[in-house]
Design a protein around this ligand. Structure first.
Ligand SMILES: Cc1cc2nc3c(=O)[nH]c(=O)nc-3n(C[C@H](O)[C@H](O)[C@H](O)COP(=O)(O)O)c2cc1C
Length: 354
């Protein structure tokens, strides 16, 4: 069974960087409504990212952002079935603090918690808080994340943890009560070091790729690395879905989104990813409406969207998808009514035939 969820728009603007796109405001009320709608649409999970600084531009993209774990605690109370995946920065939150925060979400959600562990790779977010270690290579950062994860998972199961690691020191550290259901470990890395961590420590891995082949290769790599360790890790991709009654109407929505692409915000985003300013300037000049979308996207009528989703899930050998909508509150009901039942029926037919 493939799993489907939504990437909650915890930051204003969601994943469309454009003046002419719908603009989710990033508020708790908006996110709560979207999460409840995703649950009503029979989706499997809702996830929010952790983000500490936005990208400016005419849309002030991601300038207004709530905190992931506290927002998801509220959403856990507002829902009853959907899995609740919150993001934690291993470079910011001490493992003893994080272990307790997720135990708290475990209790509020009654066993639906998931912990998306990120390493904190974007310098600007941490320089602003005096918390950026420029000497840390990517490999070292993943060693830190690995040690952090070991600390948190041990705190969830052992009454006392003593650890003298390269990055963390715990002395007779306690974190009781333990979670009733240990939170699902999610990781959204993309490098070889990231995939190695995903295979060894995570239950679910978010992957990205410039092409479907790249995404498939990453998915295979994580599946194979995990299998070699006798583990099973589910792989997920991200997909923006622009749906309308007809293909033509959906294409019109895509075109409208592209018209107001916010080049300044996109440029700032690339600088934060580490792209040199001069390369960013030439990239910005050539940016098109397509670049308003931060992830791969598909568009069309409900039937067409089902076809595209099948192509992506099967073509990239994924176990699930995290879906982004231009306007969650407008788009989720139709997706729940016209797309999810078809995807579920297809999966059930496959399972029955298997
Ligand atoms: C689905 C998804 C969610 C992510 N969420 C966050 C996040 O909330 N905060 C963050 O700092 N980075 C986030 N990232 C970035 C990753 O943690 C990671 O730094 C990035 O994918 C590059 O991979 P690498 O660290 O293996 O090079 C996310 C990436 C993906 C694909």
């Amino acid at each position: 069974m493939s799993e489907y969820g939504i990437f909650l728009p915890i930051a204003n603007g969601g994943w469309l960087v454009s003046e002419t796109a719908p603009h989710p405001d990033g508020s708790y009320d908006y996110n709560k409504k979207a999460a409840v709608m995703a649950e009503d649409a029979d989706m499997d999970f809702v996830m929010s990212m952790g983000k500490w600084k936005g990208f400016g531009g005419s849309t002030d993209h991601w300038g207004r952002t709530l905190e992931s774990m506290t927002m998801m605690a509220g959403i856990a109370e507002a829902t009853s079935r959907v899995k609740i995946w919150a993001t934690v920065h291993a470079n910011v939150h001490n493992p003893v603090v994080a272990a307790k925060m997720f135990t708290t979400i475990d209790q509020i959600s009654h066993g639906r918690a998931g912990m998306n562990i990120v390493s904190g790779a974007y310098a600007d977010e941490f320089i602003q808080m005096g918390h950026w270690d420029a000497s840390l290579s990517k490999e070292a950062r993943y060693r830190m994340v690995d040690e952090w994860t070991e600390a948190v998972t041990r705190l969830w199961t052992e009454d006392s943890v003593t650890m003298d690691g390269e990055f963390f020191t715990l002395t007779d550290a306690e974190s009781r009560p333990h979670p009733v259901v240990p939170p699902t470990i999610i990781s959204a890395g993309n490098s070889a070091a990231g995939r190695d961590f995903q295979a060894r420590r995570s239950n679910g891995a978010f992957l990205s790729g410039a092409t479907m082949e790249e995404l498939r290769d990453s998915s295979r790599d994580v599946h194979e690395r995990a299998a070699a360790l006798g583990r099973e890790v589910k792989t997920y991709g991200m997909l923006t879905v622009v749906m309308a009654e007809t293909d033509a109407a959906a294409e019109k929505r895509v075109d409208e989104i592209g018209v107001g692409v916010d080049r300044e915000a996109l440029a700032n985003m690339r600088v934060s990813w580490g792209m040199p300013r001069d390369r960013v300037s030439s990239w910005t000049e050539s940016a098109t409406g397509h670049d308003a979308f931060q992830t791969p996207y598909v568009f069309g009528s409900p039937d067409t969207v089902v076809g595209h989703i099948n192509t992506v899930v099967e073509g990239a050998e994924l176990d699930g998808l995290m879906i982004i909508f231009p306007d969650y509150l407008e788009d989720l009901p139709a997706f729940g009514e016209l797309v999810m039942p078809v995807l579920r029926a297809q999966d059930a037919a496959k399972a029955a035939g298997a």
